[in-house]
Design a protein around this ligand. Structure first.
Ligand SMILES: Nc1ncnc2c1ncn2[C@@H]1O[C@H](COP(=O)(O)OP(=O)(O)OP(=O)(O)O)[C@@H](O)[C@H]1O
Ligand SMILES: [Mg+2]
Length: 256
């Protein structure tokens, strides 16, 4: 259990959703992707979000990260209520406070790996912290690929560029949608270890969607979604305890 060490850090929420609902479509085709979800992502905590395909994991993350609008409820990043922001303010908040690692890497094909990594900061007109940037690049193992373009990189290398890009500006909170889904287990473990270290040593807040119990075990806590609702939570997860919970949900799904 890591609960006590978590309590020692801080109880401030880096992000918070309250009664968050997201409904797609209308009438017959209506899909309730999120059904009054309330969840805190505390500062300096590594949270994994798990649940069956279609349970609302990406929707939750996109809504909390200000990438998607929601139907009702509220979302806060730090002290800022997202619903109160105009488009421009929301764009700035996303740029300055939030890092993303997408399932599809979203790299710009015409830029080199290094240019992709520093792009958000270049747009914001901010100088990267050179030492930190070098550390990030070393950790994700890209030092000898910095001048390559995405088309010249393997899938795993592209994903590592995306991870480095999210970490490079040291945002308040990093969201990752299956950030290691395309990596072999060794590169995946490196990336997860780095994310965990950035939480432990630097107070970074990380929220990650994953299907993999081994990846989830790197987190401080796992939140389980089913049908747009939070149905369970595990603190100090191990791959075994996560697998165990997943089996229980599967069993419930079959009997109900
Ligand atoms: N643009 C959309 N229009 C209509 N329905 C949508 C849209 N995007 C998502 N949905 C629906 O909302 C539900 C939640 O989708 P979401 O992408 O959040 O699932 P997920 O848990 O991330 O699944 P996966 O593990 O497959 O990525 C699904 O039933 C999906 O079909
Ligand atoms: Mg998804």
């Amino acid at each position: 259990m890591t609960t006590s060490s978590l309590a020692d850090r801080t109880t401030t929420a880096a992000a918070r959703a309250t009664d968050l609902s997201k409904i797609y479509g209308q009438g017959e085709t209506q899909v309730v992707a999120l059904d009054r979800v309330s969840v805190d992502f505390r500062q300096a905590e590594f949270t994994a979000i798990m649940g069956p395909s279609g349970s609302g994991k990406s929707t939750l993350m996109h809504c909390v990260a200000g990438l998607d609008n929601f139907s009702s409820g509220s979302v806060r990043i730090g002290d800022t209520e997202l619903g109160s922001l105009k488009d421009k303010q929301l764009t700035r908040l996303r740029r300055d406070k939030i890092g993303f690692i997408f399932q599809a890497f979203n790299l710009l094909p015409t830029l080199t790996a290094l240019e992709n990594i520093t792009l958000p900061m270049d747009i914001a007109g901010r100088k990267p912290d050179k030492e930190w940037l070098e550390k990030v690049i070393r950790m994700v193992g890209l030092a000898d690929r910095l001048t390559h373009r995405p088309s010249q990189l393997s899938g795993g290398q592209q994903q590592r560029v995306a991870v480095a890009r999210a970490l490079a500006s040291r945002p308040d909170i990093i969201f990752g949608d299956e950030p290691t889904g395309n990596l072999d287990s060794r590169s995946g473990a490196e990336v997860l270890g780095f994310l965990r270290n950035s939480v432990r040593e630097l107070g970074q807040t990380v929220v990650m969607v994953t299907h993999d119990p081994v990846a989830a075990a790197y987190a401080d806590r796992v939140v389980f979604l089913a049908d747009g609702r939070i149905v369970d939570e595990v603190h100090g997860p191990t791959a075994e305890s996560v697998l165990d919970r997943m089996k229980r949900f599967d069993a419930k799904g079959r009997t109900s």
